[in-house]
Ligand binder design. Structure first.
Ligand code: HEM
Length: 400
């Protein structure tokens, strides 16, 4: 994939491009492309499939995410304005969304998350200790994916022996390129398996509730009514989509960044207080989530004349790397004091798991560097990143 877009004329007076966000590319190419486009456009039309709008003006992206009345979450996939599936709470608008968030907020509050810290640290240490005995590894397979997935299984009360199955499912549902799965049959089969798995787990807890998130959710009431199995299932599927791939992607960027910047690695080793700043800066600079919304009315945003019912893509990168918001926006700056980034989104759907994600990332950086302080990117790799959410596909590091 080149970093430049293929022009496709204009659409209602706005530049149109063949822009496909599902395509992977060389490492860094997605961010480079957003930077280039944002420097010259406030928005454009993607002419892929039925077409959708893309806003590339940072402030407009943030404002649209906050304006849920105009930019609804009833669809969050730019290529599909009328999805046949439901993810809860992601695809709900207020007031129903607000009820779910109030109930879920207790489970993901800073206090609830902090109580898990010793366990989170133990899981990280165990995995890193194993790697520290070797002289290198694919750190995505060996650590970045295993660590948060194990925590996720514990949080949801799912059996840990299912870890390998989950890793395979995440790969097949979220990472297969068009060449690897041209008719999407592998992806479809994995989605069916995930769906059947969660149906079974819900049934098990209906029979015998346990002390876990899923069992507690069964006791909640939304709009005065108990939650149906259909909605519990929609919640589980969303947790799979939102909670499983994101921290691995972020850990991958953290290790890649520090491998490329030994001076910053030495700085965090000398002053642990810089770790939290480094995590925030890496989340900002390597922002990898690209939300989308469905317009409920005709509206102009980022210069795009959006009609009611059309989809709008809102890449977080253009806000987080906006030169009008940050000096040297593309640089991870350990001296930056105010960040205010939107890597976890903005508005009512701002990430439910942000406290957990931050804790996992801080623990990962601390424990990794205590055990493996000196490492480098192994030579001879064709480093690439996925489409949809931009994560490194595989990353071999070496250490002594
Ligand atoms: C570095 C890691 C993470 C990043 C960058 C991230 C980013 C995001 C973003 C940008 C959104 C908003 C999407 C939108 O507006 O359409 C979101 C939503 C969400 N995230 Fe995260 N996330 C991370 C980790 C997690 C984790 C660990 C969990 C749970 C275990 C989680 C659960 C959720 C949920 C449930 C939502 C939907 C919230 C709602 O619709 O109200 N996320 N995340």
């Amino acid at each position: 994939m080149s970093t430049t877009l293929e022009p496709d004329g204009t659409y209602e007076g706005v530049p149109a491009y063949c822009y496909d966000n599902t395509a992977g590319g060389p490492i860094g190419s997605h961010h480079q492309r957003w930077d280039d486009v944002a420097a010259t456009h406030s928005g454009f039309r993607s002419s892929i499939a039925r077409g959708f709008w893309v806003v590339t003006e940072g402030t407009a992206v943030q404002e649209a995410l906050q304006d849920w009345r105009t930019f609804s979450s009833t669809s969050v996939t730019a290529l599909d304005p009328d999805p046949k599936f439901l993810w809860i709470p992601e695809m709900l608008d207020p007031p129903m969304h607000t009820e779910w968030r109030r109930l879920l907020g207790r489970e993901f509050s800073p206090k609830a998350v902090a109580a898990r810290e010793p366990e989170i640290r133990r899981v990280a240490v165990e995995l890193i200790d194993q790697l520290a005995q070797t002289d290198g590894a694919d750190v995505l397979d060996g650590f970045a994916r295993r660590f948060p997935t194990t925590i996720f299984l514990r949080l949801m009360g799912l059996p840990e022996e299912d870890l390998e199955r989950f890793l395979d499912w995440v790969h097949d549902v979220l990472h297969l390129s068009y060449e690897q799965d041209p008719d999407r049959s592998r992806q479809f089969s994995a989605i069916q398996q995930v769906s059947a798995y969660f149906q079974e787990q819900i049934a098990l807890r209906r029979e015998a509730p346990r002390d876990d998130l899923l069992s507690r959710a069964m006791t909640w009431r939304i709009e005065g009514k108990p939650i149906s199995d259909r909605d519990l299932h929609a919640f589980c599927v969303l947790m799979f989509m939102a909670g499983l791939d994101t921290v691995p992607i972020a850990v991958g960027w953290v290790l890649y960044h520090f491998a490329q910047h030994p001076e910053q690695r030495r700085a965090i080793l000398a002053d642990q207080a810089l770790i939290a700043t480094s995590v925030e800066e890496i989340l900002r600079v390597y922002s990898f989530v690209i939300p989308a919304r469905k317009a409920t009315r005709d509206v102009t945003v980022g210069g795009c004349p959006v009609r009611a019912g059309e989809m709008v893509m809102l890449p977080l990168s253009v806000s987080n790397r906006d030169p009008r918001r940050y000096d040297n926006p593309r640089q991870v700056d350990l001296a930056r004091t105010t960040s205010n980034h939107i890597a976890f989104g903005s508005g009512p759907h701002r990430c439910l798991g942000s406290h957990l994600a931050r804790l996992e990332l801080n623990v990962a950086v601390e424990e990794w560097h205590r055990r493996i302080p000196d490492y480098r990117v192994a030579d001879g790799q064709d480093l690439r990143e996925t489409g949809n959410m931009y994560g490194i596909t595989s990353l071999r590091l070496e250490w002594t």
